[in-house]
Design a protein around this ligand. Structure first.
Ligand SMILES: [Zn+2]
Ligand SMILES: [Zn+2]
Ligand SMILES: [Zn+2]
Ligand SMILES: [Zn+2]
Length: 105
């Protein structure tokens, strides 16, 4: 079985997320292939991402994010800061305007 990432090396195992066969170069020690690795949530590094944080632009999974509106997500870190950190006040205003304009459309 050849690695489905490079299609050159012999596969050593299967990715636990997508089930692709991957060689030692393209399969991480924790059993995740390099393709999934790129789409892993940047907060937990365990689940595949489903979107991007509007503030920090990191890719995030369902569990690590808060959906403000369909398709609009914040990571749990930014959301927590948004509520508690005074330096995030500018984002609060930005989001308020952003969400309003989306609703009015
Ligand atoms: Zn490979
Ligand atoms: Zn994979
Ligand atoms: Zn996550
Ligand atoms: Zn964020």
């Amino acid at each position: 079985m050849l690695c489905e990432v490079c299609e050159a090396e012999e596969a050593v195992g299967r990715c636990k997320l997508c089930g692709r066969y991957a060689c030692s170069k393209h399969l991480d020690l924790d059993g995740v292939c390099s393709i999934c690795k790129e789409t892993l949530c940047r907060i937990c590094n365990q689940r595949l991402s489903i979107g991007m944080c509007l503030i920090c632009a990191r890719i995030i999974c369902r569990e690590c994010s808060v959906e403000l509106q369909p398709g609009i997500r914040l990571c749990s870190e930014c959301y927590g800061r948004l509520l508690n950190d005074p330096s995030y006040a500018k984002y609060r205003d930005y989001l308020k305007r952003f969400l309003k304009s989306r609703i009015e459309k």
